[in-house]
Ligand binder design. Structure first.
Ligand code: 3DU
Length: 215
C-alpha cells in the first residue's frame, strides 16, 4: 500500500452516485478509499469495481466469521477489485489466517481496539493480543484508534514495521496530527471529509495537518 498523503477517506455514504462524486473530488488528496457496509448495501459490490479504477480500495467488511466464510468474503472482495480488506482479530488466528491466504496480493488489516467509547469495554482488553496475532498471521497491518494516541503508540511497539491505520479523526474527536505522531502510518477519515461543504478542501486541510506534524 502506497501512503504518500497518509490519509484514507471512509466513504460511508449510502448513495453510490453521491459517493462517486465525492470519490472523484478527493482522490488526489487521499491514498485510498475505504468502503464499508452502508455504501455496499446501497450501491452493490459494483461500487468497489468502480472505485478500483480510481484508487486503492480498502473493503472495511470487518470480517469476523469462521475461516471458510471469512475466506469466501475476502475472495469476493478481491474479485471485485479490493486492494485491501479489514477483518476482526477477535474471530481468532485461524480466521485471520484464512483472510490473509484468500487475499493473495491484497492487504489484510486486523482491527485491534475499536475507536469509539465502547471499544474500551472489550476490544481494548485484548488489543495487544490482536496486534500480535496480526503480525503472526502475516497481515499487512492493524487498525488502531486515533481517538487514543497512547494506544496507537503502545500497539506500534508490538507491530514493528507493520502498517497502522487509525480511524477516529474528526467526528469521533481524534486529531490526525496526534495519531501520526503516535506512530500511525495513515489516518482514516469519514464524516469530516464527506460531510464537509467542500470535501476536497477538507481532505487537503487534513493532509496539510499531517504534513506539518511530520516536520
Ligand atoms: O468517524 P468517521 O466518520 O471518520 O468514520 C470512521 C470510519 O472508520 C467508519 O467507516 C468506521 O466504520 C471505521 N472504523 C472506525 O471508525 C473505528 C474502528 O475502530 C474501526 C473502523
Amino acid at each position: 500500500m502506497r501512503l504518500d498523503r497518509r490519509l484514507i477517506v471512509a466513504l460511508d455514504v449510502p448513495d453510490a452516485t453521491l459517493a462517486t462524486s465525492i470519490a472523484k473530488a478527493v482522490r488526489r488528496s487521499v491514498d485510498a478509499i475505504k468502503v464499508n457496509w452502508p455504501l455496499v448495501l446501497a450501491g452493490g459490490i459494483q461500487v468497489v469495481r468502480d472505485f478500483a479504477d480510481l484508487a486503492y480500495v480498502l473493503c472495511d467488511f470487518k470480517i469476523a466469521d469462521i475461516p471458510n466464510t471469512s475466506r469466501l468474503i475476502v475472495e469476493q472482495a478481491v474479485r471485485a477489485g479490493a486492494s485491501g480488506v479489514i477483518c476482526h482479530g477477535f474471530a481468532g488466528e485461524d480466521s485471520v489466517r484464512a483472510c490473509v491466504e484468500a487475499a493473495g496480493k491484497a492487504d489484510v488489516f486486523v482491527v485491534t481496539e475499536l475507536s469509539h467509547p465502547g471499544g474500551r469495554e472489550y476490544t481494548a482488553k485484548l488489543a495487544e493480543e490482536f496486534a500480535r496475532l496480526a503480525v503472526r498471521a502475516g497481515a499487512a497491518g492493524i487498525i488502531a484508534p486515533a481517538t487514543r494516541p497512547d494506544r496507537v503508540k503502545a500497539l506500534r511497539s508490538i507491530v514493528g514495521r507493520s502498517l497502522i491505520l487509525a480511524p477516529g479523526v474528526g467526528a469521533q474527536g481524534g486529531k490526525a496530527a496526534d495519531a501520526i505522531r503516535a506512530g500511525a502510518d495513515a489516518v482514516i477519515v469519514g464524516r469530516a471529509i464527506y460531510d464537509a461543504k467542500e470535501p476536497a478542501r477538507a481532505a487537503e486541510e487534513i493532509a496539510a495537518e499531517i504534513r506539518s506534524s511530520l516536520r
